[in-house]
Design a protein around this ligand. Sequence first.
Ligand SMILES: [Zn+2]
Length: 204
Amino acid sequence: MYEGAVQDLIDELGRLPGVGPKSAQRIAFHLLQADEADVERLVHSLTEVKARVRFCELCFNIAEGQRCRVCLDPRRDVHAICVVEEPKDVVAIERTREFRGRYHVLGGAISPMDGIGPDDLRVRELLARLGDGTVTEVIIATDPNLEGEATATYLIRMLTPLGLRVSKLASGLPVGGDLEYADELTLGRAFEGRTTIGNAAIGS
Ligand SMILES: [Zn+2]
């Protein structure tokens, strides 16, 4: 529709999540009119993020080295793991200050509609982390929607026979939503009121 470079930009922007053709066009024209310095700053931050940021080798949270800040922190409880879908969920739970253990980021949720099964998530890596017996408690904090529930059900079935204390965030979170949209208080309460599913004999 447009001349080469402009159309290339619109196409690239249009591939971003949540950016439709109209938004892509609007952003492209905004950039065309923007100051050179502003555009350079944007390019720089894109390059930097790809060069410096990667996923933690242990929990798959965002990290600037081999391990993320949580995994590197010696004050964190190594016996508890909170399983979440995305790195943004780590941020949401950290904000509540209810959890002092470590995390495991699955990289999504089970969604048959989108062809995403357990093998597409970091479930194998989670099981590997549980192998040496250090972790005794797993808290499942997937999103309160259909995919999140399906993922939680699958994980509960996998983890309960391992003799771990498995719990899931209490209901009360807005159903159908994203964990990150829950306010700190609600998420904090859901954490406190989490229900133990597997192996209640070990703990409460
Ligand atoms: Zn980590």
